[in-house]
Design a protein around this ligand. Structure first.
Ligand code: F6P
Length: 359
């Protein structure tokens, strides 16, 4: 009987519980035991490790749609790969993790994580050399290379869309604009997708340079006197520091455009998991379990051309390299960011949405 560990690391998002539940059910049907590691790598830093053995009552199907992670994602300030490296304790930290995995007698570990967690898993891969390491990509940022989808993104787009739909009504009543700051780190996918869904007036994303005067002109010439300007948290404006939405709001106020700012913040990471994310979770969980059966290791589940398959962590890591973008001078790009030929850019433009200085 195989023993499978499951761990969620990094920021949470909706869909984690669905994938945990699908993994548990799929493993049980194969006659395997599943052990949930609590609090991400924190759970491996204690002796004995903090774990939860699943049974039929641990995560019933009806609660598998709930946001958050039933296994928790770890406490802020806890020792992790980065803080351990900074304080010169990385080898001690790695030794502890390796010992805990050995003590748990795991045949495989399924790590559900974002870009940072997966990169760290690859960089510190020796820890996992005695078992099979299978990763499942989750993030609302959609910044993971080599996969067209990540768990949690679709729900985040839905949450942001619903938030903006409500704001649009009050914006209309008062003839004013809302500058809404989205999450997403250095990747503009979340803002771009929600912006198209709500019919934003402008979408500012880190991958595309914009000009404040052109933005103001666009708003002033817009056929409506209300709407939403979506600002991705990763944008910057030369000579300004502080929150991007505040910077843009001040510029609009100076140009006599009546506006308010709004911050959906962590509401983008919660909300009942959408059907699309649940289906994605089921596909990725199934792919991860098949990878264990096929004796694979150091792989990540990925969606490519509508198929769910595994890609090697080495390839994932290499594809995440940030380089200069030949199409947009002065900008950096990677396989994980919005690419200049992303079809959604054309759609947004054809909807009359201001996207910045794209030709
Ligand atoms: O990576 C997910 C994410 O939600 C980002 O979009 C955001 O910048 C960050 O995490 C927020 O992190 P925290 O939960 O630490 O505030």
């Amino acid at each position: 009987m195989k023993r499978i560990g499951i761990m969620t690391t990094g920021g949470d998002c909706s869909g984690l519980n669905t994938v945990i539940q699908r993994l548990y059910r799929g493993a049980t049907l194969r006659g395997w035991r599943t052990i949930g590691i609590l609090d991400g790598t924190d759970g491996l830093c204690t002796t004995p490790p903090m774990v939860l053995e699943f049974d039929n009552d641990t995560l019933p199907i009806e609660s598998a749609r709930l946001a958050g992670s039933f296994l928790h994602n770890g406490r802020a300030g806890a020792l992790n790969f980065e803080t351990a490296a900074e304080t010169g304790k990385l080898s001690q930290f790695n030794k502890q993790l390796r010992k805990s995995l050995t003590d748990l007698k795991l045949d495989a570990l399924i790590l559900i994580g974002g870009n940072g967690s997966l990169s760290l898993a690859w960089r510190n891969r020796d820890i996992y050399s005695d078992l099979q390491l299978i990763c499942i990509p989750k993030t609302i940022d959609m910044d993971i290379p080599l996969t067209d989808k990540t768990i949690g993104f679709n729900t985040a787009v839905q949450q942001l869309t619903s938030f903006c739909d409500q704001l649009m009504l009050t914006a209309r009543s008062h003839h004013r604009w809302f500058v809404v700051q989205t999450m997403g780190r250095d990747c503009g996918q979340l803002a771009l997708n929600a912006g198209i869904a709500i019919g934003a007036t402008a979408i500012l994303i880190p991958e595309i340079k914009f000009d404040v005067n052109s933005l103001i002109e666009h708003i002033k010439n817009f056929p409506r006197d209300y709407g939403i300007i979506l600002v991705s948290e990763g944008i910057s404006l030369r000579g300004h520091s502080g929150r991007p939405a505040d910077m843009i709001s001040r510029k609009l106020t100076a140009a006599k455009i009546c506006n308010r700012t709004a911050y959906p913040e962590h509401t983008q990471r919660v909300g009942d998991t959408t059907a699309a994310d649940r289906i994605l979770a089921a596909r990725m969980a199934d792919c991860a379990l098949r990878a264990i059966e096929n004796n694979e290791t150091y792989v990540m589940t990925a969606i490519k051309d509508c198929k769910c398959e595994t890609v090697s962590l080495a390839d994932f890591f290499a594809a995440g390299d940030v380089t200069a973008d030949p199409n947009i001078p002065d900008l950096q790009t990677s396989d994980a960011y919005v690419s200049p030929d992303d079809p959604l850019l054309d759609i947004a433009t054809s909807m009359g949405i201001y996207l910045g200085e794209i030709k």
